[in-house]
Design a protein around this ligand. Structure first.
Ligand code: EAX
Length: 328
Protein backbone atom coordinates (compact mmCIF):
# COMPACT_ATOMS: atom_id res chain seq x y z
CA UNK A 1 0.00 0.00 0.00
CA UNK A 2 1.51 3.34 -1.14
CA UNK A 3 2.06 5.59 1.95
CA UNK A 4 0.39 9.05 2.10
CA UNK A 5 3.69 10.95 1.53
CA UNK A 6 4.85 8.57 -1.25
CA UNK A 7 1.41 9.05 -2.90
CA UNK A 8 1.80 12.88 -2.57
CA UNK A 9 5.30 12.77 -4.21
CA UNK A 10 4.11 10.44 -7.00
CA UNK A 11 1.16 12.77 -7.74
CA UNK A 12 3.23 16.02 -7.70
CA UNK A 13 5.78 14.41 -10.04
CA UNK A 14 2.98 13.28 -12.39
CA UNK A 15 1.51 16.83 -12.58
CA UNK A 16 4.83 18.59 -13.12
CA UNK A 17 5.74 16.71 -16.40
CA UNK A 18 3.30 17.89 -19.20
CA UNK A 19 5.54 16.53 -21.92
CA UNK A 20 7.45 13.27 -22.26
CA UNK A 21 11.02 13.21 -23.71
CA UNK A 22 10.75 13.73 -27.49
CA UNK A 23 7.83 16.15 -26.88
CA UNK A 24 5.04 13.55 -26.76
CA UNK A 25 2.07 14.88 -24.69
CA UNK A 26 1.63 13.29 -21.29
CA UNK A 27 -1.73 11.58 -20.91
CA UNK A 28 -4.40 13.77 -19.27
CA UNK A 29 -4.65 13.33 -15.52
CA UNK A 30 -7.96 11.54 -14.93
CA UNK A 31 -9.98 12.35 -11.82
CA UNK A 32 -13.32 11.03 -10.55
CA UNK A 33 -16.10 13.39 -9.43
CA UNK A 34 -18.60 11.40 -7.36
CA UNK A 35 -22.16 12.30 -6.37
CA UNK A 36 -25.39 10.53 -5.33
CA UNK A 37 -28.07 11.90 -7.69
CA UNK A 38 -28.29 10.61 -11.29
CA UNK A 39 -26.55 12.29 -14.23
CA UNK A 40 -29.74 13.98 -15.52
CA UNK A 41 -29.94 16.06 -12.32
CA UNK A 42 -28.85 19.47 -10.97
CA UNK A 43 -25.76 17.64 -9.64
CA UNK A 44 -25.11 16.29 -13.14
CA UNK A 45 -25.35 19.83 -14.53
CA UNK A 46 -22.86 21.01 -11.89
CA UNK A 47 -20.51 18.09 -12.61
CA UNK A 48 -20.58 18.71 -16.37
CA UNK A 49 -19.84 22.43 -15.85
CA UNK A 50 -16.92 21.51 -13.59
CA UNK A 51 -15.51 18.97 -16.08
CA UNK A 52 -15.83 21.32 -19.07
CA UNK A 53 -14.25 24.24 -17.20
CA UNK A 54 -11.26 22.31 -15.84
CA UNK A 55 -10.57 20.77 -19.26
CA UNK A 56 -10.77 24.23 -20.84
CA UNK A 57 -8.56 25.95 -18.26
CA UNK A 58 -5.98 23.14 -18.21
CA UNK A 59 -6.02 22.71 -21.98
CA UNK A 60 -6.87 19.05 -21.53
CA UNK A 61 -4.23 18.36 -18.85
CA UNK A 62 -7.03 17.26 -16.49
CA UNK A 63 -9.98 15.07 -17.42
CA UNK A 64 -12.93 14.59 -15.07
CA UNK A 65 -14.94 11.36 -15.04
CA UNK A 66 -18.40 11.90 -13.54
CA UNK A 67 -19.47 9.15 -11.11
CA UNK A 68 -23.23 9.77 -10.59
CA UNK A 69 -25.98 7.80 -8.84
CA UNK A 70 -23.81 6.75 -5.86
CA UNK A 71 -21.48 4.80 -8.19
CA UNK A 72 -18.69 5.31 -5.62
CA UNK A 73 -20.92 5.01 -2.51
CA UNK A 74 -23.04 7.25 -0.29
CA UNK A 75 -22.00 10.80 0.63
CA UNK A 76 -20.31 9.87 3.91
CA UNK A 77 -18.42 6.95 2.32
CA UNK A 78 -17.20 9.20 -0.48
CA UNK A 79 -15.97 11.87 1.96
CA UNK A 80 -13.98 9.18 3.76
CA UNK A 81 -12.69 8.12 0.32
CA UNK A 82 -11.43 11.66 -0.28
CA UNK A 83 -9.62 11.58 3.06
CA UNK A 84 -7.66 8.44 2.11
CA UNK A 85 -7.23 9.38 -1.55
CA UNK A 86 -9.45 6.70 -3.12
CA UNK A 87 -11.67 9.41 -4.61
CA UNK A 88 -10.50 12.80 -5.93
CA UNK A 89 -13.61 15.01 -5.96
CA UNK A 90 -17.23 15.05 -4.81
CA UNK A 91 -20.43 17.07 -4.87
CA UNK A 92 -22.09 16.44 -1.54
CA UNK A 93 -24.92 17.86 0.53
CA UNK A 94 -24.03 19.04 4.02
CA UNK A 95 -25.86 15.94 5.32
CA UNK A 96 -22.81 14.00 6.57
CA UNK A 97 -20.30 16.90 6.62
CA UNK A 98 -21.14 18.07 10.17
CA UNK A 99 -19.88 14.71 11.43
CA UNK A 100 -16.44 15.65 10.06
CA UNK A 101 -16.55 19.46 10.58
CA UNK A 102 -19.07 20.36 13.36
CA UNK A 103 -19.30 24.07 12.47
CA UNK A 104 -20.96 23.11 9.17
CA UNK A 105 -23.96 21.98 11.25
CA UNK A 106 -24.79 25.71 11.54
CA UNK A 107 -26.08 25.53 7.96
CA UNK A 108 -28.46 22.68 8.84
CA UNK A 109 -30.66 24.50 11.35
CA UNK A 110 -34.37 24.51 10.45
CA UNK A 111 -36.03 27.66 9.11
CA UNK A 112 -32.74 29.57 9.35
CA UNK A 113 -32.51 30.80 5.74
CA UNK A 114 -35.26 33.18 4.55
CA UNK A 115 -34.91 32.44 0.82
CA UNK A 116 -32.36 31.68 -1.93
CA UNK A 117 -31.03 35.25 -1.99
CA UNK A 118 -30.31 35.06 1.74
CA UNK A 119 -28.60 31.68 1.35
CA UNK A 120 -26.44 32.90 -1.53
CA UNK A 121 -25.47 36.06 0.36
CA UNK A 122 -24.30 33.94 3.31
CA UNK A 123 -22.48 31.26 1.29
CA UNK A 124 -20.87 33.62 -1.23
CA UNK A 125 -19.85 35.97 1.57
CA UNK A 126 -17.42 35.86 4.50
CA UNK A 127 -19.32 33.13 6.37
CA UNK A 128 -19.33 30.77 3.39
CA UNK A 129 -15.60 31.23 2.84
CA UNK A 130 -14.80 30.75 6.52
CA UNK A 131 -16.72 27.48 6.54
CA UNK A 132 -15.01 26.23 3.36
CA UNK A 133 -11.61 26.95 4.91
CA UNK A 134 -12.48 24.63 7.82
CA UNK A 135 -12.57 21.57 5.54
CA UNK A 136 -8.76 21.49 5.45
CA UNK A 137 -8.60 20.38 9.08
CA UNK A 138 -10.11 17.07 7.93
CA UNK A 139 -7.92 16.42 4.85
CA UNK A 140 -10.57 17.90 2.58
CA UNK A 141 -10.51 21.04 0.43
CA UNK A 142 -13.80 22.98 0.31
CA UNK A 143 -13.74 24.56 -3.15
CA UNK A 144 -17.21 26.17 -3.45
CA UNK A 145 -20.87 26.12 -2.39
CA UNK A 146 -23.19 24.71 -5.05
CA UNK A 147 -26.91 24.08 -4.47
CA UNK A 148 -29.33 21.29 -3.66
CA UNK A 149 -32.29 23.49 -2.67
CA UNK A 150 -34.85 24.04 0.08
CA UNK A 151 -35.98 20.69 1.46
CA UNK A 152 -39.62 19.58 1.49
CA UNK A 153 -41.37 16.63 3.11
CA UNK A 154 -42.96 13.68 1.34
CA UNK A 155 -44.77 10.67 2.82
CA UNK A 156 -47.08 7.80 1.92
CA UNK A 157 -49.52 8.02 4.88
CA UNK A 158 -51.44 11.32 5.01
CA UNK A 159 -51.33 15.05 4.22
CA UNK A 160 -49.02 16.89 6.66
CA UNK A 161 -50.31 20.40 7.44
CA UNK A 162 -49.25 20.74 11.10
CA UNK A 163 -46.53 19.15 13.29
CA UNK A 164 -49.30 17.00 14.81
CA UNK A 165 -49.80 15.31 11.46
CA UNK A 166 -46.18 14.09 11.69
CA UNK A 167 -46.71 12.34 15.03
CA UNK A 168 -45.03 8.93 14.97
CA UNK A 169 -44.33 9.06 11.23
CA UNK A 170 -41.10 7.21 10.30
CA UNK A 171 -39.16 9.88 8.41
CA UNK A 172 -35.77 9.31 6.83
CA UNK A 173 -33.27 12.07 7.49
CA UNK A 174 -29.72 12.43 6.31
CA UNK A 175 -27.02 11.21 8.71
CA UNK A 176 -27.14 14.55 10.49
CA UNK A 177 -27.67 15.26 14.22
CA UNK A 178 -29.43 18.60 13.69
CA UNK A 179 -31.85 17.12 11.15
CA UNK A 180 -32.53 14.15 13.40
CA UNK A 181 -33.32 16.41 16.36
CA UNK A 182 -35.47 18.64 14.16
CA UNK A 183 -37.78 15.79 13.17
CA UNK A 184 -37.78 14.41 16.70
CA UNK A 185 -38.98 17.81 17.95
CA UNK A 186 -41.64 17.85 15.21
CA UNK A 187 -43.00 14.61 16.69
CA UNK A 188 -41.86 12.22 13.96
CA UNK A 189 -39.78 9.03 14.39
CA UNK A 190 -36.69 10.02 12.40
CA UNK A 191 -34.31 7.42 10.92
CA UNK A 192 -30.87 8.49 9.63
CA UNK A 193 -30.09 6.71 6.33
CA UNK A 194 -27.67 7.19 3.48
CA UNK A 195 -29.48 8.18 0.27
CA UNK A 196 -28.29 4.88 -1.22
CA UNK A 197 -30.82 3.07 1.01
CA UNK A 198 -33.82 5.44 0.81
CA UNK A 199 -35.70 4.28 -2.28
CA UNK A 200 -35.66 0.63 -1.17
CA UNK A 201 -36.69 1.57 2.38
CA UNK A 202 -39.65 3.56 1.00
CA UNK A 203 -40.63 0.73 -1.35
CA UNK A 204 -40.49 -1.80 1.51
CA UNK A 205 -42.34 0.55 3.87
CA UNK A 206 -39.63 0.47 6.54
CA UNK A 207 -39.91 4.25 6.44
CA UNK A 208 -43.05 6.31 5.68
CA UNK A 209 -41.40 9.41 4.31
CA UNK A 210 -38.33 11.45 3.57
CA UNK A 211 -37.39 15.04 2.83
CA UNK A 212 -35.47 16.52 -0.09
CA UNK A 213 -35.47 19.49 -2.48
CA UNK A 214 -37.78 19.45 -5.50
CA UNK A 215 -34.96 18.59 -7.98
CA UNK A 216 -34.21 15.38 -6.04
CA UNK A 217 -37.93 14.52 -5.88
CA UNK A 218 -38.52 14.98 -9.60
CA UNK A 219 -35.36 13.26 -10.88
CA UNK A 220 -36.22 10.20 -8.73
CA UNK A 221 -39.93 10.18 -9.80
CA UNK A 222 -40.80 10.15 -6.11
CA UNK A 223 -44.55 10.05 -6.97
CA UNK A 224 -44.07 6.32 -7.73
CA UNK A 225 -43.45 5.61 -4.01
CA UNK A 226 -44.85 8.66 -2.15
CA UNK A 227 -48.41 10.10 -2.25
CA UNK A 228 -48.10 13.28 -0.19
CA UNK A 229 -45.88 16.37 -0.53
CA UNK A 230 -45.74 19.26 1.93
CA UNK A 231 -43.82 22.35 0.82
CA UNK A 232 -42.18 22.87 4.22
CA UNK A 233 -38.94 24.45 2.98
CA UNK A 234 -37.73 23.50 6.47
CA UNK A 235 -33.98 23.51 5.68
CA UNK A 236 -31.83 25.10 2.99
CA UNK A 237 -29.53 22.41 1.54
CA UNK A 238 -26.27 23.62 0.00
CA UNK A 239 -23.99 21.28 -1.95
CA UNK A 240 -20.28 21.46 -1.27
CA UNK A 241 -17.74 20.99 -4.05
CA UNK A 242 -14.93 19.16 -2.27
CA UNK A 243 -11.50 17.86 -3.28
CA UNK A 244 -9.20 15.38 -1.57
CA UNK A 245 -6.30 17.27 0.06
CA UNK A 246 -3.98 14.49 -1.08
CA UNK A 247 -4.57 15.49 -4.72
CA UNK A 248 -4.83 19.20 -3.96
CA UNK A 249 -1.35 19.21 -2.43
CA UNK A 250 0.03 17.69 -5.63
CA UNK A 251 -1.18 20.64 -7.73
CA UNK A 252 0.76 23.78 -8.61
CA UNK A 253 -0.73 27.09 -7.47
CA UNK A 254 -1.91 27.79 -11.01
CA UNK A 255 -3.59 24.39 -11.20
CA UNK A 256 -5.24 24.95 -7.80
CA UNK A 257 -6.64 28.21 -9.24
CA UNK A 258 -8.18 26.21 -12.12
CA UNK A 259 -9.93 23.85 -9.71
CA UNK A 260 -11.33 26.76 -7.72
CA UNK A 261 -12.63 28.40 -10.92
CA UNK A 262 -14.15 25.15 -12.15
CA UNK A 263 -15.88 24.74 -8.78
CA UNK A 264 -17.39 28.21 -9.15
CA UNK A 265 -18.71 27.21 -12.59
CA UNK A 266 -20.25 24.10 -10.99
CA UNK A 267 -21.89 26.24 -8.27
CA UNK A 268 -23.37 28.63 -10.84
CA UNK A 269 -24.64 25.77 -13.03
CA UNK A 270 -26.31 24.05 -10.07
CA UNK A 271 -28.12 27.23 -8.99
CA UNK A 272 -29.42 27.83 -12.50
CA UNK A 273 -30.50 24.19 -12.72
CA UNK A 274 -32.32 24.29 -9.36
CA UNK A 275 -34.16 27.49 -10.37
CA UNK A 276 -35.15 25.96 -13.71
CA UNK A 277 -36.36 22.67 -12.21
CA UNK A 278 -38.22 24.39 -9.35
CA UNK A 279 -40.16 26.56 -11.81
CA UNK A 280 -42.15 23.53 -12.96
CA UNK A 281 -41.24 20.90 -10.34
CA UNK A 282 -44.22 21.14 -8.01
CA UNK A 283 -46.70 21.04 -10.91
CA UNK A 284 -44.87 17.98 -12.26
CA UNK A 285 -45.19 16.26 -8.88
CA UNK A 286 -48.84 17.28 -8.57
CA UNK A 287 -49.48 16.27 -12.20
CA UNK A 288 -48.17 12.79 -11.39
CA UNK A 289 -50.75 12.32 -8.69
CA UNK A 290 -49.09 13.64 -5.54
CA UNK A 291 -51.38 15.47 -3.09
CA UNK A 292 -49.61 18.75 -2.33
CA UNK A 293 -49.90 20.90 0.81
CA UNK A 294 -48.68 24.18 -0.66
CA UNK A 295 -48.53 26.17 2.55
CA UNK A 296 -47.79 25.32 6.17
CA UNK A 297 -48.47 27.27 9.35
CA UNK A 298 -44.88 28.53 9.47
CA UNK A 299 -45.04 29.82 13.07
CA UNK A 300 -46.33 26.47 14.35
CA UNK A 301 -43.44 24.60 12.71
CA UNK A 302 -40.87 27.23 13.69
CA UNK A 303 -41.98 27.18 17.33
CA UNK A 304 -41.98 23.40 17.41
CA UNK A 305 -38.28 23.30 16.47
CA UNK A 306 -37.14 26.03 18.89
CA UNK A 307 -35.70 23.35 21.28
CA UNK A 308 -33.24 22.41 18.55
CA UNK A 309 -31.83 25.96 18.71
CA UNK A 310 -31.90 25.95 22.50
CA UNK A 311 -30.06 22.65 22.70
CA UNK A 312 -27.54 22.93 19.88
CA UNK A 313 -26.83 26.61 19.32
CA UNK A 314 -24.11 26.67 21.99
CA UNK A 315 -22.60 23.41 20.72
CA UNK A 316 -22.62 24.43 17.07
CA UNK A 317 -21.37 27.98 17.12
CA UNK A 318 -24.48 29.96 18.10
CA UNK A 319 -22.77 33.24 17.06
CA UNK A 320 -22.63 31.91 13.53
CA UNK A 321 -26.40 31.39 13.58
CA UNK A 322 -26.81 35.02 14.64
CA UNK A 323 -24.43 36.20 11.91
CA UNK A 324 -26.34 34.13 9.34
CA UNK A 325 -29.68 35.59 10.47
CA UNK A 326 -28.26 39.12 10.27
CA UNK A 327 -26.87 38.66 6.77
CA UNK A 328 -28.80 40.71 4.21
O1 EAX B 1 -27.15 15.32 -1.95
O2 EAX B 1 -29.10 12.44 0.99
C1 EAX B 1 -29.84 13.35 0.61
O3 EAX B 1 -31.02 13.45 0.92
C2 EAX B 1 -29.24 14.40 -0.29
O4 EAX B 1 -30.13 15.46 -0.49
C3 EAX B 1 -28.89 13.77 -1.60
O5 EAX B 1 -28.02 12.75 -1.36
C4 EAX B 1 -28.25 14.76 -2.51
Amino acid sequence: MMTHSLKKTAISMAFALPLLPGGMALAAQEMNLAFTPPLNSHYGDAGRAFAEEIERLSDGEFKITLQPASAMGGERDVLEGLQIGSVELTLTSTGPIGNFIPSIYALDFPFLFRDYEHAHAVLDGEIGQELLAEFESEGLIGLAWAENGFRHLTNSLRPVETPDDLRGMKIRTMENRVHLETFRELGAAPAPLSWTEVITALQQGTIDGQENPTPILTVNSIWEIQDHLTLTGHVYSPTAVVMSQIYWDGLTEEQQGWFREAAQAAAQASRESVARIEAEGVELLRGNGMQVVDEIDYEQFRNAVQPVYDRFASEFNGDLLERIRNTQ
